[in-house]
Design a protein around this ligand. Structure first.
Ligand code: AMP
Ligand code: MG
Length: 412
């Protein structure tokens, strides 16, 4: 029975601790072009080669002036023009001003820019109707980023928030950690790949599809070894091939105690089992260990359990191995349950829920419905996990629960 012997199950925290304390991040790095760096992890801090802005420039369309030459009601003739990309480099006679546009370099000697809305243009020149402060409307060189500044630490994933910043500095190549190689296979005589008709007793292979997608999203190189039948020799061959090619091997199925469940046995034979029973639901049978070369994660067969254990355990493992030190699980939030939630004490439960904020700005959450470990639609309907403590029983509507919003791996 499911809830009989929960004392020999290890907690999620213990499991994560065991996994993360054993591994260390990849050390190999490579230099790649910024244009193909999306999704990669910085290996070293990025230092700015230039100041941003690189030169003092105008924040307004208007007139560059020397404040000492301004006199009430005395117009100044325009001695030249400065455009963005076309600086004024001529001689600037005394008692005149320079027409200047936004982004144009500040002419040498100017100490303010007066916006054109405060200027009155006549034959005699330009008259200014404003009090003028030294430095006004001038963006200073290095005001945003100083040359030599540390703009990104190591361990950051490069995306739409980081890459344009590097582009603004003219950084053409970036030093990143090499991609993780992850080998993947499903086990089960009942599994068929998509695109094939189902024979009696067969089902489609959901897990390899789900895990592959998540691995790709995490920026791993995937070695897909397909479906392996419940046969020890075939499984051994898959383990050995996967171990020789990858940093991490991920299987699904065959980790419980059925008569065709050989995965844990194979890990024992070819490597070391670190643990294989967790006090979480779904996902009790999850095996972690080390093969000769690669780390091994044996996901449960049930698709909801496979995706959950991948998300909660494998995702942090891969983040650490990949050197993604700035990776964090989304924070857990308190929400009020709008629907009752069924639970028996014994395991930490990750039910799938739908959260929103109500008219008062309070977070509320309802269940996606049936929480069976084969009901994958709970992921497609949900937007968060409802995380129910190990010893908690059923939840009545109105009680406060913790939710964990899905991150980019599952968000729809
Ligand atoms: P197992 O852990 O191999 O006993 O599998 C547990 C349950 O998950 C069984 O109902 C399997 O048919 C199902 N299952 C195993 N692997 C997959 C898979 N890759 N895709 C969908 N269902 C699976
Ligand atoms: Mg099986």
């Amino acid at each position: 029975m499911d809830h009989c012997h929960t004392s020999d199950l290890i907690s999620l925290e213990q499991a994560l601790d065991k996994m993360l304390s054993q591994i260390s991040p990849l050390q190999q790095t490579e230099s790649i072009a910024l244009t193909s760096a999306a999704g990669r992890i910085t290996a070293t801090p990025v230092i700015s080669p230039i100041a941003v802005p690189p030169f003092a420039n105008s924040a307004m369309d208007g007139y560059a002036v020397r404040i000492g030459e301004l006199q009430a009601n005395v117009p100044l003739p325009v001695a030249g023009k400065a455009f963005a990309g076309a600086p004024f480099n001529g001689v600037w006679p005394a008692n005149s001003c320079i027409r200047i546009m936004t982004g144009a370099p500040i002419p040498f000697g100017a100490d303010a820019v007066i916006m054109q809305e405060q200027a009155e243009v006549s034959e005699a020149g330009v008259r200014f109707n404003a009090t003028v402060n030294s430095g006004q409307n001038i963006r200073l060189a290095g005001e945003d980023i100083l040359k030599g500044a540390n703009v990104l630490p190591a361990g950051v994933k490069l995306g739409a928030a980081q890459l344009p910043l590097l582009a603004s500095l003219g950084v053409a190549d970036v030093q990143v950690i090499r991609k993780l190689k992850v080998a993947l296979f499903s086990t089960g005589d009942e599994l068929q790949p998509i695109g094939q008709p189902l024979q009696d007793g067969q089902i489609y292979d959901t897990n390899r599809f789900a895990v592959r997608l998540m691995l790709e999203q995490l920026g791993c190189s995937v070695i897909d070894l397909g479906i392996i039948p419940d046969d020890q020799a075939a499984l051994r061959a898959a383990f050995l091939k996967a171990d020789s090619e990858a940093d991490v091997v991920i299987s699904s199925g065959g980790v419980s105690v059925g008569e065709a469940d050989y995965t844990k046995q194979m890990l024992d034979e070819l490597g070391n089992v670190s643990f294989w029973k967790l006090a979480i639901k779904p996902g009790k049978p999850f095996a972690f260990g080390k093969l000769q070369n690669a780390w091994f994660c044996g996901l449960p067969g049930n698709p909801v359990s496979a995706a959950l254990t991948f998300y909660q355990l494998v995702q942090p493992l891969l983040a650490k191995l990949a050197g993604h030190t700035e990776w964090h699980m989304p924070p857990r939030l308190k929400a009020r349950a709008l629907t009752p939630l069924k639970k028996s004490p014994g395991r930490l439960d990750f039910q799938r829920g739908i959260f929103t904020s109500n008219a008062e700005g309070e977070l509320v959450v309802s269940t996606t419905g049936h929480q069976g470990s084969h009901v994958f639609s709970s992921y497609s309907q949900g937007n968060c996990f409802i995380v129910l403590e190990r010893e908690r029983g059923s939840v009545a509507a109105g009680e406060t629960v913790e939710i964990e919003p899905f991150n980019a791996l599952l968000r729809n």
